[in-house]
Design a protein around this ligand. Structure first.
Ligand code: CDP
Length: 230
């Protein structure tokens, strides 16, 4: 039996982290967790409770509501979907009103602590690919493979714009660009586990790579590590 490693993928918004993580997990027969979806799910929950909107955020009320936050992943028609209690929220968390508040919610230390704990539990047996902002630095500091994904801001905006259009979520290219810039800024300057490129991460600039090429690049790195562990 081959050893199952832990793979951490971090990077800026809309750089293709989840696409890579999902494909890599499939190729290796590992589980895939989109940690960003969990922050989006938390933001949706607190929004519905009236604790956060674009205009306000009641941190104390959010902190009090954390014990009632029930997020889980379930397979639906071969797709790994995020659930809030018994509701499939996979589509709702991609909506603009969630995108506009998620990074604000992700600055709250107690929210992060709760989600990180759940993420660490999901990865305790290895055989997992998780993508996010703090996976290599905080969630799995001992991951055997850490990848930091980058791409130019123009390309990221264009990719996200196309993705949202395909999902039927209306947002102009300018709005997408503005939101990415804002989130990049909040994510990399926040006090609590900011987005950083850890020293032991390998950088992947995928601006000029196809999905297949980036997968091939990552698979080669992963297979080398796995075979060196026998
Ligand atoms: O898909 P995209 O790159 O646009 O974002 P995401 O991965 O779904 O993450 C949404 C937001 O959650 C990010 O902008 C961060 O503010 C936050 N996040 C975080 O703080 N830590 C993580 N490990 C993952 C996401």
């Amino acid at each position: 039996m081959s050893t199952k490693i832990t793979i951490a993928i971090d990077g800026y918004s809309a750089c293709g982290k989840s696409t890579l993580a999902k494909a890599l997990a499939k190729a290796l027969d590992y589980s895939f967790i989109d940690s960003g979806a969990m922050y989006r799910g938390a933001a949706l929950f607190f929004y519905r409770q009236g604790h956060v909107s674009e205009e306000m955020m009641d941190i104390e009320a959010i902190e009090r509501a954390i014990p009632n936050l029930d997020l889980s992943f379930k397979i639906q028609n071969t797709k790994n979907c995020l659930y809030l209690n018994n509701e499939n929220i996979e589509n709702e968390i991609r909506q603009v009103y969630v995108v506009n508040i998620v990074s604000k919610v992700a600055t709250i230390k107690k929210v992060r602590t709760a989600l990180v704990k759940q993420q660490q539990r999901m990865g305790e047996n290895g055989g997992i690919v998780m993508d996010g902002r703090d996976i290599g630095s905080v969630v799995f500091p001992n991951a055997q493979l850490k990848i930091f994904v980058t791409a130019s801001p123009e390309i990221r905006a264009q990719r996200r714009f196309t993705e949202l259009r395909q999902k039927g979520i209306p947002q102009s290219l300018e709005e997408v660009q503005l939101n990415l810039t804002k989130r990049d800024h909040i994510d990399s300057t926040r006090e609590e586990s900011p987005l950083v490129q850890v020293q032991d991460a390998i950088v992947l600039d995928n601006s000029k790579l196809t999905k297949e090429e980036q997968l091939e690049w990552a698979l080669e790195k992963a297979r080398k590590i796995i075979s060196s562990m026998h």
